[in-house]
Ligand binder design. Structure first.
Ligand code: AMP
Length: 289
């Protein structure tokens, strides 16, 4: 595996594959790898001739008072893990390279996709997704991948990137892969590193809450509010006061009152100790309904 920091070096390393028409895969990350990241890398390795993993803790997607400075980092360990997955190129640009003096352009999506859930001004706010779409557009332009891999764990982010890709005609296929969880259901996240043993246990209520919503839907409940209430009850039992629990149309995150045969995303954000954790479940209509 080659580690590159400069964009010019990256382009040079990709030139032969591009000339030969090789399939190039990109896995964008903020590092501190866990099995969620590795699952994306494995899929990319299976699908592609050349796999690039980008590692950049993107400052523009963090709001003031968020955990940019505390965000866990371990480049050496990450490089070992990526190499063990057979990654070809690990690209680790610095902030100076991504946002040089005079940088003034951003990519911004409008509507519920970026204004709801994480993008709600009461939560992370629209600047979060402006940071995400701008940096991902830059990664796409630098790597020019055939396919880019994202996790369903960040379901809203995946929807936003799919829409941006479509709207701006990026010739990139977007692959969205399932959430990797611990045995007890906790979704893997770099931010789980902030949790004490006790908080780690408390955090398992988040996936139980989503399972409760799913269970209610399977049992025939069709009111979105009832699904949300089932999830809230589970969180309450664990002493978690969520930032939000919402059920929204899985396609465009528009509000839903009734399931009405459409897939619904139930999403949670909750602070547990120092960690702000997010998770979600996609509820697809009962076949027999
Ligand atoms: P991050 O480094 O947290 O920005 O994540 C990089 C990519 O890994 C994103 O596409 C995430 O959605 C994905 N990812 C993070 N956690 C998981 C997980 N538990 N399962 C699957 N994918 C994940």
């Amino acid at each position: 595996m080659k580690i590159v920091r400069e964009r010019a070096e990256l382009r040079e390393a990709l030139a032969p594959a591009r000339r030969e028409g090789g399939r190039i895969g990109l896995v964008p990350t903020m590092g501190y790898f866990h099995e969620g990241h590795l699952s994306l890398m494995r899929r990319a390795r299976e699908d592609c001739d050349v796999v690039v993993v980008s590692l950049f803790v993107n400052p523009t997607q963090f709001g003031p008072g968020e955990d940019l400075d505390a965000y866990p980092r371990d480049e050496d360990r990450d490089a070992e893990l990526a190499a063990a997955e057979g990654i070809d190129l690990l690209w680790m640009p610095d902030a100076e390279q991504m946002y040089p003096e005079g940088f003034a352009t951003s990519v911004e999506l409008a509507g519920d996709l970026t204004g709801a859930l994480e993008g709600d001004p009461d939560h992370r706010g629209p600047s979060h997704f402006r940071g995400v779409t701008t940096v991902v557009a830059k990664l796409f332009n630098s790597v020019q991948p055939d396919v880019a891999y994202f996790g369903r764990k960040d379901a809203q982010q995946a929807l936003v990137i799919e829409r941006m890709t479509r709207d701006l005609d990026f010739p990139v296929e977007i692959a969205v892969l399932p959430t990797v969880r611990e045995d007890d259901g906790l979704a893997l996240s770099s931010r789980n590193a902030y949790l004490t043993a006790e908080q780690r246990e408390q955090a398992t209520a988040i996936s139980r809450a989503l399972a409760a919503a799913e269970e209610a839907a399977r049992g025939g409940e069709t009111s979105a509010e009832s699904l949300v209430e089932a999830a809230r009850n589970e969180l309450r039992r664990a002493g978690i006061e969520p930032e939000y629990v919402e059920a929204r149309a899985a396609e465009d995150l528009s509000p839903v009152a009734e399931l009405n045969g459409r897939p619904v995303l139930v999403a949670v954000a909750a602070r547990v100790g120092r960690a702000r954790l997010i998770d979600n479940v996609l509820i697809t209509p009962n076949r027999e309904a």
